[in-house]
Ligand binder design. Structure first.
Ligand code: MTE
Length: 301
């Protein structure tokens, strides 16, 4: 599925792409030219995104199944068994079934996409994901005409996930998207970061990434995907509907009841770095605003 999108970042975010390639060269030992040649045009069009470091992306995480501390996932997620991994795809689809991660990967085109990531806690990162479009997976299993929503579920493994012993959320972690959001070409299932397999603390072996929504919509370690005609439950919305809506689109004009969403702190910017203004739909307004035409975005949060 070919798709091009504009680079919507601010001037401050812009660094030469060569700097990014140099870092990759160091990491992978490959020639920068070879990598640039291998990148799809859509990625090259995003020159100027300056990703966070591997260290930042993999050591400051939210994955409450492993604890609520930012360093808990990096400390405990190694306990998660990800091989074998099966994803149950069911509901309103033509080919329901239990699909192995390997089977899914054999059918999907993996590419790299550098996305802004905006957490509801008002911090942000830029992450070079590898993965495939969720739409390609949904097309492969065949979405039936009555389907209106997609529900997702994370693994529930009390033996491997120490955080499950605490009733922070109503486990398992679940999320949902409207079908048009799920089919949008920006929506991806991430399976890697910086060209390596996605680390367990970031949601191995595959996690959702929806770049115009707050980070909590990006559910990790997905074991079940269900096509349905009903709006599915979403963990944070169930836990606290006053603070977290079903849509959770990044919106600097609608404050969280306990803090402002107008600005964000870029992780890695240093303690005294200036906060950046948060952009409507996290900077992806041109690509996604049409999905919400006619909806009052201060009501449908
Ligand atoms: N998925 C599961 N299963 N459990 C979680 O606690 N946290 C969410 C989201 N997905 C979470 C989850 C939140 S609040 C955020 S901000 C992102 O994961 C963090 O993703 P990252 O650790 O890759 O930055």
């Amino acid at each position: 599925m070919a798709y091009r999108w504009k680079n919507t970042l601010n001037a401050e975010d812009v660094t030469p792409y060569s700097a990014y390639l140099n870092r990759r060269q160091v990491m992978s030992g490959l020639a920068a030219g070879a990598i640039a040649g291998a990148l799809p045009a859509g990625v090259r069009a995003q020159d100027g995104l300056d990703p966070n470091t591997w260290e930042e992306i993999t050591s400051y995480n939210n994955y409450y199944e492993f604890g609520t501390g930012k360093d808990d996932p990096a400390r405990y997620a190694h306990r998660l068994t990800i091989d074998p991994w099966t994803v149950q795809i069911d509901g309103l689809v033509d080919k329901p079934g239990d699909y192995s991660f390997a089977d899914i990967m054999s059918q999907m085109t993996v590419e790299e996409r550098i996305y802004r990531f905006r957490c509801v806690e008002a911090w942000s990162m830029v992450i070079p994901w590898n993965g495939f479009e969720l739409a390609d997976l949904l097309d492969w299993v065949g979405v039936q005409p009555l389907a209106k929503y997609v529900a997702f579920q994370t693994a529930l493994r009390p033996d491997e996930m120490p955080g499950l012993s605490r009733p922070v959320l109503d486990w398992p972690y679940v999320e949902g998207l409207r079908l048009d959001e799920a089919m949008h070409p920006l929506t991806m299932m991430a399976t890697g970061i910086y060209g390596r397999d996605i680390p367990k603390q970031n949601g191995a072996p595959m996690r959702l990434v929806v770049p115009w929504k707050y980070g909590f919509k990006s559910i990790k370690s997905v074991v079940r995907i269900t096509l349905t005609d009903q709006e599915p439950p979403a963990s944070w919305n169930v836990a606290n509907p006053r603070e977290y809506g079903f849509y959770s689109n990044v919106n600097p004009n609608v404050d969280h009841p306990r803090w402002s969403q107008a600005t964000e702190r870029r992780i890695g910017g240093g303690l005294f770095a200036k906060r950046q203004p948060t952009l409507m739909f996290n900077g992806y307004e041109d690509e996604v605003a049409h999905l919400y035409e006619g909806m009052d975005l201060s009501e449908f949060i």
